[in-house]
Design a protein around this ligand. Structure first.
Ligand code: UDP
Ligand code: GLC
Ligand code: MN
Length: 350
């Protein structure tokens, strides 16, 4: 089945982690189809190489952004304008049929039977079930459809500012015309619905095939503690009513993705950070005259590798990062790392 593919998308290194987990989960469940990821130039070179180890094709595309902040604000998701980049998936005409899957989905079983469906098959959106959710859909690549979609986007825009609004208006007969194009909800089970209809989840959830971590907080935004092999609970999303799925995502991440990231220099050994961080704190605190030498030494003696045991730190937007920084929750192992702080200090000193 080399002319059929699962297709996903990432515009940055954070969502790429999701793609790697999704790709690994599809492989683990023995898909016979090709795996393709669409990526945009913002992706780092190292991450592109990491994606190549799991995907058959990494295809570079331009960012398509609706720039429609008014509608995106209504969803409280200003970052989703770039999801129009998804439209590029129709241009993959080397394939006769594809299944698009968001980077925040995880496959729990083999779902190759989806290729028996026709364009456009998708599951209902949990927020408005007369619309389909565009996190998982079956489609047929075609340059004709691709150009029609681009034209449609420029003429009519999207009612949500992202791809889902546009696709629902374009494939507007989905809700009423052909029930075979309604995928069972089990092919796109969003964590939000578990929270909003728990009894249904208890009754049917065991048959789930795809979990969709829909919403602002993604699995990679959590902190994973390799010591306890668990996701840290503080600051957890209250709607994440089924932490087992989150744990499952992290299991795939640690067993199949982390080794690939390490191999490509995309995560580092926390002990390195402990040493450089202690040096930095000591030097800054003492030399700036904020504290007495004994206080600093005393505080430092309490630091242990355990404090920095989260090998994998969450990815957050620069705005969220600023907020967290202002609340004293600096990301010492990631963006606010020693190297980055030092670079910033150097520019001020110069
Ligand atoms: N996406 C991306 N970069 C972004 C935002 C979104 O690559 O900054 C892609 C990614 O494949 C993602 C999809 O667009 O899964 C849809 O966005 P998201 O999953 O965040 O939307 P949600 O399902 O939470 O509404
Ligand atoms: C949704 C879908 C996502 C889509 C976004 C923007 O909630 O889950 O796939 O990108 O809306 O339209
Ligand atoms: Mn999604």
């Amino acid at each position: 089945m080399t002319d059929q593919a699962f297709v996903t998308l990432t515009t940055n290194d954070a969502y790429a982690r999701g793609c790697l987990v999704l790709g690994s989960s599809l492989r683990q469940h023995g898909t016979t189809r090709k795996l393709v990821v669409l990526a945009t130039p913002q992706l780092s070179e190292a991450m592109r190489k990491a994606l190549e180890t799991i995907f058959d094709e990494v295809i570079m595309v331009d960012v398509l952004d609706s720039g429609d902040s008014a509608h995106l604000t209504l969803m409280k998701r200003p970052e989703l304008g770039v999801t129009l980049t998804k439209l590029h998936c129709w241009s993959l005409t080397q394939y006769s049929k594809c299944v698009f899957m968001d980077a925040d989905t995880l496959v729990l079983t083999n779902i190759d039977d989806l290729f028996e469906r026709e364009e456009l098959s998708a599951a209902p959106d949990p927020g408005w079930p007369d619309c389909f959710n565009s996190g998982v859909f079956v489609y047929q690549p075609s340059m004709d459809t691709y150009h029609q979609l681009l034209h449609f986007a420029s003429e009519r825009g999207s009612f949500d500012g992202g791809d889902q609004g546009l696709l629902n208006t374009f494939f507007s007969n989905w809700a009423t015309t052909d029930i075979r194009k309604h995928l069972p909800f089990l092919y796109n089970l969003s964590s939000i619905s578990i929270y909003s209809y728990l009894p249904a989840f208890k009754a049917f959830g065991a048959n789930a095939k795809v979990v969709h971590f829909l919403g602002r907080i993604k699995p990679w935004n959590y902190t994973y503690d390799p010591k306890t092999k668990s996701v840290r609970s503080e600051g957890q999303d209250p709607t994440m009513a089924h932490p087992e799925f989150l744990q499952l995502w992290w299991n795939v991440f640690t067993s199949s993705v982390l080794p690939v990231l390490q191999q490509h220099g995309l995560v580092q050994d926390p002990s390195t950070y402990l040493t450089v961080l202690s040096d930095l704190v000591y030097t800054l605190a003492f030399s700036c005259g904020f504290c007495r030498k004994e206080d600093v030494s005393g505080a430092m003696s309490h630091l242990s590798l355990g404090d920095f045991s989260a090998v994998v730190q969450p990815f957050v937007s620069s705005e969220e990062r600023k907020e967290r920084w202002e609340q004293g929750q600096a990301d010492y192992l990631g963006e606010d790392s020693f190297d980055n702080i030092k670079r910033k200090l150097d520019t001020y000193l110069q």
